[in-house]
Write a protein that binds this ligand. Structure first.
Ligand SMILES: Cc1cc2nc3c(=O)[nH]c(=O)nc-3n(C[C@H](O)[C@H](O)[C@H](O)COP(=O)(O)O)c2cc1C
Length: 176
């Protein structure tokens, strides 16, 4: 059983991205245990002066511990104004100096109205922080809300693409 930490880039209670994480957790319940990171809204803004401090802010330490304890990280996010949601980018910035993502299997699903720019940019960010991510573990779902009207995929092609990304993610976790 793999331990997966999920980061949802949307703080919305009825978020499509959170629903995707929950659908994945249910579908793959026998093979991975998904814990949704719930501290995104409480993290302080990234400050390099505090980055390497012996005692970083408690929320930052908790985020780093959660990433390091996970076999893999699943990131699901929308795009806001053609960019990575600030709360998610902020969380990633806190992990740069301590290399928490280095070598860690990571899957990226960008589920948004459009999402192309964010998907590309976040893939680059994750590569830069040395997350173990490939085209096989990354998926852009444009028009996401229409494909998941009730928190379930109504679009068979999207459901199949999500399954294939998660199978590749599971393989990467097996290999690491
Ligand atoms: C402030 C704001 C800006 C947005 N900008 C974009 C955008 O640039 N590109 C895009 O694809 N969707 C954009 N959207 C629409 C989101 O993709 C859509 O609201 C999505 O469902 C949010 O994800 P969630 O359902 O997980 O909360 C924007 C939404 C908001 C609220």
């Amino acid at each position: 059983m793999k331990n997966v930490l999920a980061l949802a880039g949307s703080l919305r209670a009825r978020s499509t991205n959170l629903a995707i994480i929950e659908a994945i957790a249910e579908t793959f319940a026998g093979r991975m245990k998904v814990t949704v990171y719930d501290g995104l809204a409480r993290l302080p803004h990234f400050n390099p002066d505090l980055e390497q401090a012996a005692e970083p802010p408690a929320e930052v330490a908790a985020l780093r511990r959660a990433i390091r304890a996970a076999d893999g990280v699943l990131v699901c996010t929308p795009e806001y104004v053609f960019s990575i949601p600030a709360a998610l980018k902020n969380a990633l910035e806190w992990t740069v100096g301590t290399s928490d993502f280095a070598g860690r299997p990571t899957a990226l699903i960008t589920a948004s109205a459009l999402g192309e720019k964010t998907h590309e940019s976040l893939f680059l960010v994750l590569k830069t922080i040395e997350a173990r991510i490939s085209e096989d573990t990354a998926l852009l779902i444009s028009g996401a809300r229409a494909k998941m009207p009730e928190g379930r995929f109504t679009d068979a092609a999207t459901a199949a693409a999500v399954n294939s990304v998660i199978e590749a993610f599971l393989r990467a976790m097996d290999e690491s």
